[in-house]
Design a protein around this ligand. Structure first.
Ligand code: ADP
Ligand code: MG
Length: 686
């Protein structure tokens, strides 16, 4: 039996999943049959009844039970999208939004972008006249509230993956609770793989009875309904390491190879942390396959957000007979996406997580241990189609004694500047008094207010300034980037700064896997300038345009062609937003000083000065005196200018600055006289 291949209307090929039936020997299954076999199908009537009669319904069900793909369809079938209304389903991750929307369009037999559409930042594939079921990131839905505070287009909003407790999910839940009071007809569904349904339920419990509610009217009940979908996962055998390992990447690679040598067929899902270690593992395994005959029959695929569409599709396509697929993923495959055919899971025990220190005002993307709850989810991915095995690359003792039981909500470990702006723009002034599912720390809120004040986005009364604050809210990027764009308007370099902003909003424009680090470094040198990474990016962009947007040119220069095409798209969108808020599009014609001043105007808080050339060039942040280093991927690595500002920090063995530009220290005081003062000729933070 072979899975069907169906051409989609754009000429690409969409693969139908081999579905549970392939492995359990039922033969072909029509889409309808496949849908009916999902655990959630038995609850279809119950779900529709609860949604009809309750303002809020909480649905808990194991990953793969059909929550995300089926419930929006049930609602549509039951008429919730009639009369021009829309059913929304939010996801914390962009890639999940795209993948799920295209699956649902397939199941409904419609073209993606019509009845079923999706919206993620910088990409809107919906049709205002025809879209009935819309998938979107929770961040995009928050953004929509600025234009339509009560989200009146939507009849039902399903907040999916609530257990992830992303920052935007938490903000959204707080706001939706407010909206519900004004729109009793709105229905909420909160769904997740694991949830403390009790705390979610008590959050949505409204103690006060609404005015006019007498019991006999048709208004929904305000106490939330809870429904648990019984899954049917298979047993998963857990294997621990006997001794801890220091290099999880190497351990993952050898574990994969030994599974392939010793275990029966079945796909392998490996959890690593991010694009860099995933690409490295893909490369190591690919080399192994090349060098060793006995490893033939392996298909090695990466999975992380930002992956081009074609590569995403490969991940979901069925494994050809006699071969074994190895998917190396971030924690996106933990609960957001269902991959068929996985029998073995290799769990590194780590994921990339954001941590914010309000004292130093430094936010870090850190490779950190996952929680026991996450480890259980990861293991569960091995039991979708038959009993599976999970190889944990840590010891049992570590699992029991060192791993926390639950993760910390993102709200309590990130920088809150964007969150504060969003709430302020919606007229919510008392941030600490907001109805939070889990309160942020007062220090983090105060620090966010301070930063926004220093950027002149908030005024003395902590209200959005006009026009800057409102413009920044409208641009809806990282406020520092927005501020940089606004300053570029005054300095006459908006075209260039918009290009830079577009490049900064994607992960990386360089190709890191092909060839050696040395070749990549040489390629970078062709564009590198002493001013730093930002101006270097402009050179790459210029080169790409001059090449006629050629993929050949990208290949030669170790530049990611798909990333560059994305940059062009994002740039166009930013230009439109800029024009809408009254920014004149103007080029500075190669004057890099004004460019760097505009960058400084946004990122002055990230200023550092060189302390010593030893240790490869150690810097300290002007504010907070944190020890930081230039990341090896920066063109300024080993160049070590005296004063720099950076875009972000990553920490591994040290704190590394990514995207670094050399500045003149006097610009700091010029850009932020309220933040820096002179001391013996140099700027110091107040
Ligand atoms: P949940 O949201 O409960 O985790 P989903 O609705 O995402 O579950 O998935 C339900 C089922 O739909 C999966 O078990 C799988 O069989 C199928 N499925 C989902 N997404 C895809 C896809 N992109 N390709 C093929 N099959 C898919
Ligand atoms: Mg789901």
């Amino acid at each position: 039996e072979r899975p069907r291949l169906i051409d989609d209307e754009e000429g690409g090929v969409i693969f139908y999943s081999s579905s549970p039936s392939t492995s359990s020997g039922f033969g072909y299954a029509t889409i309808e049959k496949q849908r009916q076999r999902l655990p959630v199908y038995k609850y279809r009537t119950a779900i529709l009844y609860l949604v009809e009669t309750h303002a809020t319904t909480i649905i808990v069900g194991e990953t793969g039970s059909g929550k995300t793909t089926q419930i929006p369809q049930y609602l549509n079938e039951a008429g919730w999208a009639e009369g021009g209304r829309i059913i929304a389903c939010t996801q914390p991750r962009r890639l999940a939004v795209q993948a799920v929307a295209s699956r649902v369009a397939e199941e409904m037999g419609v073209k993606l972008g019509e009845e079923v559409g999706y919206t993620i930042r910088f990409e809107d594939l919906t049709n205002p006249d025809t879209t009935k079921v819309k998938f979107l990131t929770d961040g995009v839905l928050l953004r929509e509230m600025m234009d339509d505070p009560l989200l009146t287009k939507y009849s039902v909003i399903m907040v999916d993956e609530a257990h992830e407790r992303s920052l935007s999910t938490d903000i959204l839940l707080g706001l939706l609770k407010k909206i519900q009071r004004r729109r009793p007809e709105l229905r909420l569904i909160i769904s997740s793989a694991t949830i403390e349904a009790k705390s979610m339920s008590s959050f949505f419990q409204t103690s006060k009875k609404r005015k006019g509610q007498t019991g006999e009217d048709l208004e929904p009940r305000t106490d939330p309904a809870i429904l648990s979908v019984e899954g049917r996962g298979f047993n998963v055998q857990i294997h621990y390491l006997e001794e801890p390992v220091s290099d999880y990447l190497q351990a993952a690679v050898s574990t994969v190879l030994s599974i392939h040598d010793q275990e029966p067929m079945g796909d392998i899902l490996v959890f690593l942390t991010g694009q860099d270690d995933i690409d490295a593992a893909v490369q190591l395994l690919t080399e192994e396959v090349h060098n060793n005959r006995k490893h033939s029959g392996l298909i090695i695929l990466p999975l992380y957000s930002g992956l081009p569409r074609a590569e995403q599709d490969l991940v979901f396509s069925p494994t050809p007979r006699g071969q074994r697929k190895i998917i190396i993923s971030t924690n996106i495959a933990e609960t957001s996406l269902t991959l068929e055919g996985i029998v073995y899971v290799v769990d590194s025990g780590f994921s990339k997580q954001r941590f914010y220190n309000p004292i130093s005002n430094i936010e870090n993307l850190v490779v950190a241990p996952i929680s026991q709850a996450s480890a259980r989810q990861r293991a569960g991915r091995a039991g979708r189609v038959r009993p599976g095995k999970c190889y944990r690359l840590y010891t049992e003792e570590y699992f029991v004694k060192e791993m926390s039981t639950q993760g910390i909500p993102e709200m309590q470990r990130t920088n809150l500047v964007s969150c504060v702006i969003q709430l302020k723009a919606l007229g919510i002034d008392n941030i600490l008094g907001f109805d939070w599912l889990a309160s942020p720390s007062p220090e983090a809120v105060i620090r966010a207010l301070e930063v926004l004040y220093s950027l002149r986005i908030l005024d003395d009364d902590a209200k959005l300034t006009s026009p800057t604050g409102f413009q920044v809210a409208e641009i809806s990027l990282d406020p520092m980037i927005s501020k940089m764009i606004l300053s570029a308007n005054l300095l006459g370099c908006s075209e260039e700064i918009i290009t830079i902003s577009a490049i900064l909003s994607i992960q990386s424009i360089w190709v890191s896997v092909r060839g050696s680090q040395k070749e990549l470094d040489e390629a970078k040198l062709r564009f590198a300038v002493a001013e730093g990474d930002h101006v270097t990016y402009l050179n790459v962009y210029k080169g790409f345009l001059e090449s006629g947007k050629s993929s050949q040119w990208c290949y030669k220069n170790f530049i990611n062609y798909h990333a560059m095409k994305k940059v062009i798209e994002i740039r166009e969108q930013l230009r439109r937003i800029a024009q809408r808020i009254g920014i004149a599009l103007k080029s500075c014609e190669g004057n890099t000083e004004v460019l760097r001043k505009a960058i400084t105007a946004g990122f002055f808080a990230n200023a550092c000065h060189l302390e010593t050339f030893s240790k490869g060039g150690m810097y300290k942040t002007v504010r907070g005196s944190q020890e930081v280093y230039i990341h090896p991927s920066s063109v300024l690595f080993r160049v070590n200018p005296k004063w720099v500002i950076f875009h972000s920090l990553v920490s591994t063995d040290r704190q590394y600055m990514r995207n670094v530009t050399a500045i003149d220290p006097s610009w700091l005081i010029e850009a932020a006289p309220h933040f820096y003062e002179h001391q013996r000729g140099n700027p110091v933070a107040y």
